[in-house]
Design a protein around this ligand. Structure first.
Ligand SMILES: Cc1ncc(COP(=O)(O)O)c(C=O)c1O
Length: 387
C-alpha cells in the first residue's frame, strides 16, 4: 500500500475513534491556548492538593518505591481503600483493585463484563470515555436521558432502556456534567432494575467527596446491591491531584477478579510511588476532605454569582466541579465565540449527550479554579451584557 494511502487510512481510523467520544475538550483547550482565554472547559484544579500528600509521594520516590507494583495494587493503598469504604459508608467490599485512574477501572470493567452485542444502560449526559469504552467492548449503549433543569433520573425511562441484552448499568453519582447527586428514590429505581434484570452496576463515584448540598449515597449500600456493584473512585477529584491517575474499584471478589484479568493486559500496574501517597492521603488525620469540599463550595457560589451577573442562568449544582448555565441561545455557537468575545472557554453541555439537542442552550463551566481566576472570569463574562 502506498504511504499516502496508509496515512489516509490511519487518519480515517483516528477520526472514527475520536468520534466515539467527544473531541470538544481538545478543541476548546486549543482555543484557550491560542486566544489566551481562561479555560473553564476542562475540570482540573489550578492548585495542588494537600502538601502532606505531595511529601508522601516524594518520600515514596526517595524510599525506593519505584518498581512495578503488584497487579492488585500496593497493599497499603488497598487496605486504605477498604477502610475508607467501611468507615465512610459501612461497606465491606470483598476485594479491591488499584487502577490507572477511575478511567482505567471503567474501561477494564466494561471489557471484562460485556460480550459483543451486550447492552450497557448508561445515564446521559455522560463522561466522555463511557461511549468509547462501551464501543471497545463491542457492546451497545442504551442511554437514559437526564433532562434539564432538574436532571432527575426517571424510573420509567430507566425501565424502558433495559432490554434482554442489557448486562451492565453504568452509573455515575455524583454526576458529571449535571452536578446531580442521585437521591434515595432514584437509587431505589436503579436497585430495582438491577435486581429484576440481573444487571451488574458499575458505579463511578469519583466526585464522592465533592458534595455541597445533600449526601452521597453509594448504590452498593442499597439492599441486595453490594453483591452486584463494582464501585469506582480515585484520588484525583477528592484530593485535587487529577494528574496522578490513581484510582480503584471495589466490590464482590468475582467482579473485581474479572476487572483484574483485563487490567493485567492493559497497564498491569503503575504509579507505585503515587499509590503510596494516595494511601497516605486517605489516612490523613484529620482528613483534609471537608476543607477541600468547603473551599470548592465557596468557588461554586462565586462562579454562580458571576454567571448571574453576566445575565446567564446557572443551574446550581449539588456536587462536582461543574455548573451548567442557560445562556439563552445556541450553546455550541456561544462556546465557539466565547474566547474571542470575552476571553473565557466553556463547553456546550450538549456535547455530553448522544442527542445534542437535549440541552441546546446549556453551557458547562468548571469552578475548580482559584478564587482570583474565577473573579477575573466573572469580570470578563460580565462584559457580555454590553456586547
Ligand atoms: C465522571 C468521571 N469519571 C471519571 C473521571 C476520570 O477519573 P480519573 O482521572 O481518576 O481517571 C472523570 C474525570 O473528569 C469524571 O468526570
Amino acid at each position: 500500500m502506498p504511504v499516502a494511502s496508509l496515512r489516509a487510512m490511519m487518519t480515517h481510523r483516528a477520526a472514527r475513534l475520536d468520534g466515539l467520544g467527544t473531541t470538544v475538550f481538545t478543541e476548546m483547550t486549543a482555543l484557550a491556548t491560542r486566544t489566551g482565554a481562561i479555560n473553564l472547559g476542562q475540570g482540573f484544579p489550578d492548585v495542588d492538593g494537600p502538601a502532606a500528600v505531595v511529601e508522601a509521594a516524594v518520600a515514596a520516590l526517595r524510599g525506593g518505591h519505584n518498581q512495578y507494583a503488584p497487579l492488585p495494587g500496593v497493599p497499603a493503598l488497598r487496605d486504605a481503600v477498604l477502610d475508607h469504604q467501611r468507615e465512610t459508608y459501612g461497606l465491606e467490599p470483598e476485594d479491591v483493585l488499584i487502577t490507572f485512574g477511575a478511567t482505567e477501572a471503567i474501561a477494564a470493567a466494561l471489557l471484562a463484563l460485556c460480550d459483543r452485542g451486550d447492552e450497557v444502560v448508561v445515564l446521559e449526559p455522560y463522561y466522555d470515555s463511557y461511549a468509547a469504552c462501551i464501543a471497545f467492548a463491542g457492546a451497545r449503549r442504551r442511554p437514559v436521558t437526564l433532562r434539564p433543569p432538574e436532571f432527575r433520573l426517571d424510573g420509567d425511562a430507566l425501565r424502558a432502556a433495559i432490554s434482554p441484552r442489557a448486562r451492565v448499568l453504568l452509573l455515575n453519582t455524583p454526576h458529571n456534567p449535571t452536578g446531580r447527586v442521585l437521591d434515595r428514590r432514584e437509587l431505589d429505581a436503579v436497585a430495582a432494575a438491577c435486581l429484576e434484570h440481573d444487571l451488574v452496576c458499575v458505579s463511578d463515584e469519583v466526585y464522592e467527596h465533592l458534595v455541597y448540598d445533600g449526601r452521597h449515597l453509594p448504590p452498593a449500600t442499597l439492599p441486595g446491591m453490594a453483591q452486584r456493584t463494582l464501585t469506582i473512585s480515585s484520588v484525583g477529584k477528592s484530593f485535587s491531584f487529577t494528574g496522578w491517575k490513581i484510582g480503584w474499584c471495589s466490590g464482590p471478589a468475582e467482579l473485581v477478579a474479572a476487572v483484574r484479568s483485563v487490567k493485567q493486559y492493559l497497564t498491569f500496574a503503575g504509579g507505585t510511588p503515587l499509590q503510596h501517597a494516595a494511601a497516605a492521603a486517605l489516612r490523613l488525620n484529620p482528613s483534609p476532605l471537608p476543607a477541600l469540599r468547603d473551599d470548592l463550595r465557596a468557588r461554586r457560589d462565586q462562579l454562580c454569582a458571576g454567571l448571574r451577573d453576566a445575565g446567564l442562568r446557572p443551574l446550581v449544582p449539588a456536587a462536582t466541579y461543574f455548573v451548567n448555565a442557560d445562556v439563552g441561545t445556541g450553546a455550541e455557537a456561544f462556546c465557539s465565540a466565547l474566547p474571542e468575545r470575552c476571553g473565557v472557554v466553556a463547553i456546550p453541555t450538549g456535547a455530553f449527550y448522544d442527542d445534542r439537542a437535549a440541552a441546546p442552550t446549556l453551557v458547562r463551566f468548571a469552578f475548580c479554579k482559584r478564587s482570583e481566576v474565577i473573579a477575573e472570569a466573572a469580570r470578563r463574562l460580565a462584559t457580555l451584557r454590553a456586547s
